[in-house]
Design a protein around this ligand. Structure first.
Ligand SMILES: Cc1ncc(COP(=O)(O)O)c(C=O)c1O
Length: 242
């Protein structure tokens, strides 16, 4: 995986028969899987008769880019599309949905029953009602502008107080990754930030191979007016960690 997502050429060299991708907004770096790699991924799945799980976890929130078509639409027989209420409404709901290739629908339903006997019926009915009344669309429209303002506040505070950090993947979602300048230890920055009352995480726990250091700024749960003071405080932390 790199900033624009999956390296399909490397995937083809493995014996994998399924792959999970966050094609619309790679988690955590935020890249969009480009059209040529989408086509290569679909060609790989078709040639190997394998499965792509498309985890579309946050793409309803996009700010300055056009919507991106799903992989599932390109190859419905080989892609299982997964969506979740977690980012668009509330993580506590624990509701999600799958559009799966037809031959997987029954086995998936059986697996869900053996895992937990199915999700809570009342929660599903309430969610269906929210959808039918158009409330989710209204909620998304409202939240898109709130999250965009938080994202803009974060980017402008980073540019002002931490100009040596390089943000990436900010065009969608509820988080921004910023690369740390060489010489700053990610773990040290994260633990010093925590000691200063700033909850932030690094890229290292999300890596399967070593790579450059970076910080993951989640702005889904922070008030807009709290962002700038927190970034200013983080800049002090970084100066003391340097
Ligand atoms: C990459 C990714 N996929 C999916 C999800 C949603 O997971 P769940 O629906 O279990 O809350 C998240 C939530 O943070 C995520 O970051």
């Amino acid at each position: 995986v790199d900033a624009s997502g999956l390296r399909v050429d490397l995937l083809a060299a493995t014996s994998a028969d399924a792959v999970i991708v966050t094609a619309a907004h790679q988690y955590p770096l935020g890249g969009v899987l480009p059209a040529d790699r989408r086509a290569a991924l679909v060609a790989w799945a078709e040639a190997r008769n394998s499965l792509v799980v498309e985890d579309d976890y946050d793409a309803e929130f996009r700010y300055d880019r056009a919507p991106i078509g799903t992989l599932q639409g390109l190859a419905p027989a080989h892609v299982a599309y997964a969506g979740s209420a977690s980012k668009i409404l509330a993580p506590g709901l624990r509701l999600g949905w799958l559009i799966a290739p037809p031959q997987l629908v029954e086995p998936l339903a059986a697996a869900k029953v053996s895992a937990d006997m199915g999700s809570a019926a009342l929660d599903q009915l309430a969610f269906a009602d929210v959808l039918e009344r158009g409330e989710l669309d209204r909620h998304l429209r409202r939240m898109r502008s709130i999250y965009r303002r938080r994202r803009d506040a974060l980017l402008s505070a980073l540019a002002e107080h931490l100009p040596t950090l390089r943000p990436t993947g900010a065009s969608a979602g509820l988080h921004v990754v910023a690369w740390l300048p060489a010489g700053l230890d990610e773990d040290r920055v994260v633990s010093n930030a925590s000691a200063a009352g700033i909850g932030i995480s690094g890229l290292r726990p999300r890596r399967i191979a070593p790579g450059p250091s970076g910080l993951v700024f989640g702005y889904g749960g922070i008030r807009e007016d709290a962002i700038r003071p927190a970034v200013r405080r983080l800049a002090e932390v970084l100066r003391s960690a340097a």
